[in-house]
Design a protein around this ligand. Structure first.
Ligand code: PLP
Length: 391
């Protein structure tokens, strides 16, 4: 099994995604100190690149040391004080996680849920906001546990009505779907490196609007977390360069390279690539006789939830994909455990050849399970969909 890992697994699960050799080379550069003038230049470069990818001019934009959850935790612990009212849209695991963090930080949390596989209802969000008068409204843009893309505009409008800060989790969308921090007027935004940015897990890019920064500066009490205190971290990433904690140098090398690759590819180009490969995958899955879990209007391009056909053993298929094809996909989480497969097409992993290989491999596994599907239909339909999307 270790040998297969050395050969390079194809990572088509919910993250991490595959990483380019160029990025791995960047990580092996000699270390410098976290206050070395050369590293300070790299920090500035990373911040500029992050602004391009987040599509923002926010000055407080930086990568936190820690995985996506550290971005989530920082977004809560820095902005929620004891007794603050926060409205959280939770239609999957990650919305629920935000709500849990709000409660742990002394916030008064109102949760609006939706069936797993559907977006939040604007009406329910508005009604809840009228009741709880929130200072912050939080949603997950790309819910990795369900495959749903949450439309942001209607939630933004609710924020405007209540003058609430808009908090958005973009862990599975940044670099794969347009996030548009400035034009969507997102105030508090975090992501993770290991999804559509195609970098190893370990950093959480974050960005905060001037309004959010003002709230940060005017806190009545100090942030309860010292490690995630954005006022302190901002002094290291800002002009003062005050030591806070030792930055993970090699991870920052990796992130800089990943962001450079995104800017070189071009954001529009990259979004198109993610969309086209997603559409090809859907065509292939449906041609094999399976169904997608999410309505076409709300499907993520980066994470596809495919309903597991009756009589097919979830764990056996995933294990055969891994052992025979060196290919990872994810199982369902929470309510969707055993009901869906989660097929990631993120960053480097979002390639047409990966879609075709996956469909071939999946067909083989389905046949092993006795599931009847038209031979080669998945690959054919995906290829046809892909070529038509080019014209
Ligand atoms: N938010 C979303 C939408 C996620 O998909 C994830 C991880 O999959 C997280 C937050 C947490 O990120 P991490 O596992 O990197 O801490």
């Amino acid at each position: 099994m270790e040998q297969r890992v050395e050969e390079g697994r194809l990572l088509m699960g919910p993250g991490p995604s595959n990483v380019s050799p160029r990025l791995l080379r960047a990580m092996s550069r000699p270390l410098v100190g976290h206050l070395d003038p050369e590293f300070l230049k790299i920090m500035n470069e990373i911040q500029d690149l992050l602004r391009s990818v987040f599509q923002t001019s926010n000055s407080l934009t930086l990568p936190l040391s820690g995985t996506g959850s550290s971005g989530m935790e920082a977004s809560v612990v820095n902005f929620v004080e004891e007794g603050d009212s926060v409205l959280v849209g939770a239609n999957g695991v990650f919305g629920q996680r935000i709500a849990e963090m709000v409660r742990r930080n002394g916030g008064v949390c109102t949760v609006v849920s939706a069936p797993w596989g559907e977006p939040l209802s604007e009406k329910s969000m508005l009604e809840a906001a009228e009741k709880c008068q929130p200072g912050i409204i939080a949603v997950v843009h790309a819910e990795t546990s369900t495959g749903v893309l949450q439309p942001l505009e209607p939630i933004r409008e609710i924020c405007d009505r209540f003058e609430a800060l808009f908090l958005v989790d973009t862990v599975t969308s940044l670099g794969g779907h347009p996030v548009d921090v400035d034009s969507k007027k997102i105030d508090i935004c975090y992501s993770g490196t290991q999804k559509c940015l195609s970098c190893p897990p370990g950093l959480a890019p974050v960005t905060f609007s001037p309004r959010a920064e003002a709230k940060l500066k005017n806190r009545a009490t100090p942030c309860r977390s010292w490690y995630l205190d954005l006022n302190l971290i901002g002094s290291y990433w800002g002009e003062e360069r005050v030591y806070h904690h030792t930055a993970p140098i090699s991870m920052n090398y990796a992130l800089r390279e990943a962001l450079k690759m995104i800017v070189e590819e071009g954001l529009e180009q990259r979004f198109n690539r993610h969309r086209q490969n997603h559409q090809a995958l859907v065509a292939g899955v449906e041609a094999l006789g399976m169904k997608m879990h999410v309505d076409p209007n709300y499907r993520l391009w980066s994470l596809n939830t495919v309903r597991i056909p009756d009589g097919v053993d979830d764990a056996q298929v995933r294990s055969q994909l891994l052992s025979q094809f060196n290919l990872e996909i994810g199982g369902g989480l929470g309510e969707l455990q055993g009901k869906v497969w989660r097929v990631g097409l993120m960053g480097e992993s979002s390639r047409t050849q990966n879609v075709l290989f996956f469909l071939l491999a999946l067909e083989t596994c389905l046949r092993t399970q006795g599931f009847q599907c038209p031979q080669g239909a998945g690959v054919q339909a995906a290829a046809a969909r892909y070529t038509s999307s080019l014209s």
